[in-house]
Write a protein that binds this ligand. Structure first.
Ligand code: SF4
Ligand code: SF4
Ligand code: SF4
Length: 360
């Protein structure tokens, strides 16, 4: 019996992201923001964000803000703080940076300033991607980082849905997309507390919850979500989890190289990641060792124990490809034929099914 059948949805749409190919260009972030999420009350909120790992993430240290513990039990969560964990939006002081004499530019008066701030004494101290490209380790021996794009996982067992006393969150039967009915939402934010991925945002002006909608109007038309379609790295795959000819089933079930983020939370995410490989650490003489730069234990803390076998499979298939032998897995991951990255038949019925109503 498929996961979709067990949970009452007819089919489950899903996404796989190959972390070996992410450029941190943020095209996904911007395409989502421009398309869906430009309300003034959510200017701090990125339904899709890309964070540098190891790093603090967005919101800051989100995996420590509760919702689910390491055994998958519900735990008291917190709503991330706008100032200290998200960071408010800021403006660039273009006049100072571009037009003033060079000496003025270095004065501590802020070429970044919080929106509404005057620039003097009000410099932002935190925001999305504040620690971008910092990573960890020491050059040249073991310094490293990689990029982790994140969006709502459209979980098979959504904690946000379970936590809502207004039944304002539902999982669509036809594709498993998790949506907020903003006409029912009273802005209690129990969903934001409960989601351990911290992928529910609160619209401070309309006073309702908002989140990634998996671009459902595009899915209904057979189009890939904007964040996937616009990705220049061609690292995102979208399709139905039970489609044996599609990329999701092949990467998740057949090759077992695509893994959920924090599987220990027990929500059964439907966004999966191909874990990043890394070059070797160098020894004191600058010679390559047999240790990968990205600590296996760190990857295990993100993707669970299966990450080691997944990396071994990718390594073996890559070696085959290097020898000129065929590899279905490598051809898929390289995305030679980009059309094969998306397998989304248009939905025949486009009747409204409690879609994310917007309270404007
Ligand atoms: Fe990474 Fe693609 Fe997003 Fe660029 S658009 S940051 S390559 S996921
Ligand atoms: Fe809900 Fe969070 Fe899962 Fe998205 S990631 S479905 S917001 S619990
Ligand atoms: Fe945004 Fe659509 Fe990507 Fe969700 S699937 S993060 S709504 S672009």
């Amino acid at each position: 019996m498929s996961t979709a059948t067990k949970t009452g949805v007819q089919r489950q749409i899903a996404m796989v992201l190959d972390l070996n190919k992410c450029l941190n260009c943020q095209t996904c972030t911007v395409s989502c923001k421009k398309l869906w999420n430009q309300d003034a009350g959510t200017d701090y909120a990125y339904w899709n964000n890309v964070e540098t790992r190891p790093g603090t993430g967005y919101p800051k240290q989100w995996s420590e803000l509760g919702g689910r513990d390491a055994q998958g039990k519900a735990s008291r969560g917190t709503v991330p703080d706008l100032d200290t964990q998200y960071g408010r939006a800021w403006n660039f002081n273009h006049e100072l940076v571009l037009l003033k004499p060079k000496g003025d530019r270095n004065k501590p008066k802020a070429w970044l300033r919080p929106q509404g701030g005057n620039g003097e004494g009000s410099r932002p101290t935190w925001g999305a991607n504040w620690d971008e490209d910092q990573g960890t380790g020491t050059y040249p021996g073991d310094n490293h980082y990689f990029y982790l794009p994140r969006l709502c996982n459209h979980c098979t067992h959504p904690a946000c849905l379970d936590a809502c006393p207004r039944s304002a969150i539902h999982k669509r039967k036809e594709d498993g997309i998790v949506l907020v009915d903003q006409d029912r939402c009273h802005g209690y934010r129990f969903c934001a507390e409960a989601c351990p991925y911290k992928k529910i945002y609160y619209d401070t002006q309309r006073q309702v919850a908002t989140k990634c909608i998996f671009c459902f109007p595009r899915i209904e038309e057979g189009e890939a979500p904007a964040c996937a379609r616009q990705c220049p790295g061609r690292l995102r795959f979208v399709g139905y989890a039970d489609d044996r000819d599609g990329p999701i089933w092949k990467l998740v079930e057949k090759w077992k190289v695509a893994l959920p983020l924090h599987p220990e939370y027990g929500l059964a995410p439907n966004v999966f990641y191909v874990p990043p490989m890394s070059p070797p650490k160098l020894d004191a003489q600058g010679r390559p060792t047999d240790q990968p730069r990205i600590e296996p234990a760190y990857l295990e803390s993100l993707f669970g124990k299966r990450v080691h076998q997944a990396l071994a499979t990718i390594e073996a298939e890559r070696a085959k490809k290097k020898q000129g032998k065929p590899s279905e897995l490598m051809d898929l991951l390289i995305a030679f034929d980009w059309n094969k990255s998306f397998a989304i038949p248009a939905q025949s019925s486009k009747q409204p099914s409690g879609q994310q109503a917007t309270k404007k």
